[in-house]
Design a protein around this ligand. Structure first.
Ligand code: PRT
Ligand code: MG
Length: 217
């Protein structure tokens, strides 16, 4: 039998995937809190447990045959070198612009700025952010952060943030409001292009099984 390696990230995606994998009899059969390479209950499937932003890289280079990753991470990475055959419709959220409630930046989308300097945008997603504002003909100063974006406008590090929003509770708790949605986000299956050829039958079978769960959900 062909063996497959699936790259997954700890955190929300793993949490949302576990029930799905369990129903398929593919749940991890090892300590997913400590091990980085974990067997599944199916001897032909292994998991790599890595950071969300590393999933596209592992799959692109063939270290994993397939992976599960947020559309946010995929868009930031650039998905051209990967196949994206399936939307799992899990770990759903949206990528949005948010500002301090009542600040000069709390205004309808696209309102021209009267600032004499560039608008500063703090984000973990510099590429998506640059493309989004460039498409609107706006040049912004992008401040790359690795987390806790909500803090940046509160301490004067940025005027706006581009961040993921699910319930909106985190924004609200920090006195921020969402002014515009950039895109909707859910988790996607990505597949290495060479694996799709070399391990076609095994991948087709696994994708079909994931698809039945999606259809049943
Ligand atoms: O480990 P590392 O720090 O690199 O990764 P990570 O913290 O991004 O991992 P994780 O597990 O939090 O996120 C993995 C993926 O889950 C993301 O790439 C998204 O595709 C997806 N996802 C879905 C989310 C959310 N929903 C979400 N709500 N990722 C992050 N959030 C954040 C949000 O930005 C906010 O700060 O969770 C906070 C709570 O959201 P509210 O709106 O419900 O309050
Ligand atoms: Mg984190």
């Amino acid at each position: 039998m062909t063996s497959l390696t699936l790259a997954l990230s700890k955190g929300r995606i793993l949490e949302d995937c576990l029930p799905m994998l369990d129903r398929l009899g593919l749940a991890p059969a090892g300590d997913i809190d400590r091990l980085l390479r974990v067997p599944s209950r199916d001897p032909n499937l292994h998991f790599l447990i890595i950071r969300p932003t590393d999933v596209p890289t592992y799959v692109e280079h063939g270290a994993a045959d397939l992976g599960i990753v947020g559309k946010d991470v995929l868009m930031e990475h650039g998905g051209e070198a990967l196949y994206e055959p399936m939307d799992l419709d899990i770990a759903k959220c949206r990528l949005s612009i948010a500002v301090v409630k009542g600040s000069p930046f709390d205004r309808p989308p696209g309102t021209p700025t009267t600032l004499r300097r560039r608008v500063r945008v703090a984000t973990k997603y510099p590429e998506i952010t640059r493309r989004f504002f460039a498409a609107r003909g706006e040049q912004v100063e992008i401040i790359k952060l690795y987390g806790s974006m909500e803090l940046a406008p509160l301490v004067g590090l940025a005027d706006l943030i581009v961040d993921l929003v699910a319930t909106g509770n985190t924004l609200k708790a920090n006195g921020l409001v969402e002014t515009e949605i950039i895109c909707q986000v859910s988790s996607r299956v990505v597949v290495n292009k060479a694996s799709m050829k070399m391990k076609h039958a095994a991948l087709r079978d696994l994708l079909a099984r994931l698809q039945t769960l999606r259809a049943a959900a």
